[in-house]
Structures are given as C-alpha cells and as structure tokens.
Design a protein around this ligand. Structure first.
Ligand code: SF4
Length: 339
C-alpha cells in the first residue's frame, strides 16, 4: 500500500503547511488553548465552536482564571454548546492542574484527569507537547479506510477507531506529531469528505488504494445503530411578562440546574387538552435519539400555575441571565419575537 512512510508523511505535512485553516488555537498555540479547543470540539463542529472559543478566552484566559470561576459562570459561557459535562469537566481539570505539582506530559497521565479519554489525551499531548501519539476520529478513520481500500463492515465507530489506531500510529510523523495529527483530521474534514472526496486535489492520491480502485466514497462501511424516535410536548406560558420554566434538578444526569420549557406531563396536562394551541414543532438529534418537541400555548382560562420548585416564573427581562439549554434558548427567543 504505502511503500514509503517518509514520502507519505512529507506529502501530508507539505499539504498541511500550505492549506491549513487559520484557527485561533493554531495561530496562538498554547497548552491552555489546545485543552479548551479539544474539549469544545468533542461533539461540536469547528464553525460552531469558534465564537464560543473567542468569548471563552476573553472571560477565562488561562487555567487559573478558569479554576477560580464559579460553576454557574463557566456553564453560562458554555450555554448553547450542549454536552455540559464537558464544561464541568474542563472546570474541574483546571482546578486539578492549578493544584498539581507538575503538568502531565504523557497521554496516560492526561487520562487520569477529568473528562479526558484516549482521543483527547492523544490530541493534547501531541499538539501541545509533541508526544508521538496518533489521534483517530471519524475523519481519520475515513481517510485511512480509503487509503487502504478497507471494506470491513464495522459495527460501530469505536470498532473502526480501534482498528485504524495501529496504522495511524505507524504513519505518524514523530518529529511533528501534532501537525501530522491535525493534517489527517484537516484532510478528512476538507478533501476526503463523506459524500464527494476531492481526490484530484488530494496530496495522498498516489498512496490511496481506494482512489486507485475508483470508488472511495462508500468507505468506511459502518453500520450504525438505529436511532429511536422520541416525542416531547412542551408548554409556553406567559403571564404578566413572566415565562413559566422548569428547573432541572441538581442531581440529574444531563443539564443539571438548567431551565427549560416545562413538559405538559410535568404540568399534569395532555396534548389533547382543549386549553392548548400548538405553536411550533422542532426536531433534533441527541446520540441515538431523534427528538420531536412540540410547543403549545396554554389559554388563560386555566387556573394560574403557582411558583413552586421545580417551576419558576422568570421575568422576560431576566431570560438572558439564566442558564437555559441551547435548543430551548433558541425556541424561547423565536417564540418571544412572535408575540
Ligand atoms: S485520494 Fe481521495 S479517497 Fe484517497 S485520501 Fe485522498 S481524498 Fe480520500
């Protein structure tokens, strides 16, 4: 397949040096910037994370300022990015590092810290500390499956990652491991894309068996678990310039202490009630679920709902200051504009 690893590495790094996207964590490299960007980029696309990253660095410019911040403030600056455990873990990580005698300098040492698994440990130690460990995400799996024309039917992404990690480490340039890792991910994100790989512009085409076989698009073959459909019904109730919201308990697994529109069920209502009028319906995906949420307005004929934990009447002027889950924040903003 690849006769000369050295030629492969040179071709990849030359392409990266000339074509990499100018991203703030690349133009101003530091351990802190790498750690923050790697936490934000778990489950999130670069274009979504960019404005959050810029705002974050202004408010929390280093590990010390982050370690000293209140959790509520940390979550507020993460609001809308989702997967809030990343923010909580990043906060705890900063506190651990500030208290530590030494900064970890191997992937295994990083993995002992909150929120850091194989992928993030390899990314931080290779990019910020020049440690030769390959980073393998979905983009890298795609490039390697095509390079090797490997049509194995993987039962999950994790299985494919495990298989290709061996090859990724063999191909890694040990003199510039951080750049080599970013180059593979960049190539997968920009040229070796899912639908239409741009093979004619690809620096790896002379090494690529998938390209030579003429049909790289179908690789890798990964059979994903079927997504389950979930239906949620929500209430949008405004009285005297205040919006009724539900506060998620502090011991919840997800979105603890966030506010959201209350479910009809929590209010003892069903969607068939004659007091409800449908306002909007939204679809979103989380892990292996597709959630359809329908929002209803409640007419004023019903008895007023008392403010009592976990339901709170929030002044419309204060909505921007409370912690809302990302989708609910967008829906509330859109619905308020219709009033
Ligand atoms: S030649 Fe095509 S399929 Fe092969 S790595 Fe490059 S873009 Fe991907």
């Amino acid at each position: 397949m690849i006769d000369s690893y050295s030629d492969f590495r040179s071709a990849l790094l030359l392409w990266y040096d000339q074509n990499q996207r100018m991203l703030p964590w690349r133009t101003k490299p530091s351990l802190y910037n790498t750690v923050v960007s790697e936490f934000m980029l778990q489950q999130t696309q670069i274009k979504t994370a960019l404005p959050y990253f810029e705002r974050w660095l202004i408010r929390f410019p280093d590990f010390h300022s982050l370690a000293e911040a209140e959790t509520e403030s940390v979550l507020k600056y993460w609001e809308g990015l989702g997967y809030y455990n990343r923010a909580r873990n990043l906060h705890k990580l900063a506190q651990c590092l500030v208290d530590a005698d030494a900064i970890p300098d191997t992937p295994d040492a990083w993995k002992a810290l909150p929120g850091i698994g194989d992928y993030t440990a390899a990314a931080i130690s290779s990019i910020a500390q020049n440690h030769p460990s390959a980073v393998v995400d979905g983009n890298v799996v795609r490039v390697l499956a095509r390079l090797t024309n490997d049509d194995t039917n993987f039962s999950s992404n994790a299985q494919a990652v495990k298989q290709f990690t061996v090859l990724a480490n063999q191909l890694l340039d040990s003199k510039r491991p951080g750049d080599a890792n970013q180059a593979m991910m960049e190539l997968g994100a920009t040229l070796c894309t899912k639908g239409q790989p741009q093979c004619q512009c690809c620096p790896l085409k002379t090494f690529c068996l998938g390209f030579q076989a003429g049909k790289p698009e179908g690789l890798p073959a990964i059979t994903r678990a079927k997504r389950t459909q979930v239906q949620e019904n929500r209430a949008f109730i405004i009285r005297e310039q205040r919006l009724l919201l539900y506060k998620i308990p502090s011991d919840a697994k997800r979105l603890k202490d966030h506010y959201e529109l209350p479910s009809l069920e929590a209010l003892g209502l069903t969607k068939d009630s004659k007091h409800l009028k449908k306002l909007t319906s939204k679809k979103r995906g989380i892990s292996n679920q597709v959630i359809t949420e329908t929002v209803y307005e409640l007419d004023t004929a019903l008895n007023p709902i008392e403010e009592k934990e976990p339901f709170y009447w929030i002044d419309l002027k204060s909505i921007d200051r409370i912690l809302l889950s990302g989708p609910h924040k967008r829906w509330i903003r859109d619905l308020l504009m219709l009033l």
